[in-house]
Design a protein around this ligand. Structure first.
Ligand SMILES: [Zn+2]
Length: 176
């Protein structure tokens, strides 16, 4: 069968459409800057695990803001903070350190999104003290961990390994 110019055109249109699709608007997970936004979009495209964590947030009743920051205390590269106490609006904030390679940033983001999932699963996203209690219960107190957090969960580490493996399997096809 001959490939007609029309077929080429429709192919071009398809590519353009899929580009739009991969940039599907997120309603609950909100990047506050370009760096965070790029990491989220690339993570969704290249890692099924990352994409499923994003889906969990999207299906929840909690807003999760992702902010890239210049500096974090205690040598952390990412952390989850609770915001909006008493405002009636549930929201969590994930902070990720700038200046990491994009793949590292995606892995760290996945780690924090797993913590978001743990908070959502426990149904306590509207309370800072309950969040503290949760992680002291399900987490292991640590210093000098990969993210430098006070408490660490086994699942968050498993997610990091999984996403890192998926990123190696699904190489970036084009520069963002
Ligand atoms: Zn952690």
């Amino acid at each position: 069968m001959m490939v007609t110019p029309v077929a080429d055109e429709s192919l071009a249109v398809q590519v353009a459409t899929s580009d739009v699709d991969t940039g599907t608007t997120l309603y609950k997970l909100r990047a506050t800057d370009k760096l965070a936004s790029a990491a989220i979009q690339e993570g969704r495209q290249r890692s099924a695990t990352f994409a499923s964590l994003v889906e969990i947030v999207e299906r929840s009743d909690t807003l999760v803001y992702v902010v890239s920051v210049h500096k974090l205390p205690h040598d952390m590269v990412g952390c989850l903070v609770h915001e909006g106490q008493g405002s009636g609006v549930r929201y969590l904030k994930v902070l990720v350190l700038m200046g990491m390679r994009s793949e590292r940033m995606i892995v760290v983001l996945a780690h924090e999104l797993q913590h978001v999932r743990e908070v959502l699963d426990a149904g306590i996203s509207n309370s800072q003290s309950a969040m503290g209690e949760l992680f002291s219960r399900i987490g292991v107190p640590q210093l000098g961990t990969v993210t430098g957090e006070q408490f660490e969960t086994k699942s968050a580490h498993e997610v990091m390994a999984l996403v890192a493996r998926e990123l190696r399997t699904h190489r970036r096809v084009r520069q963002p």
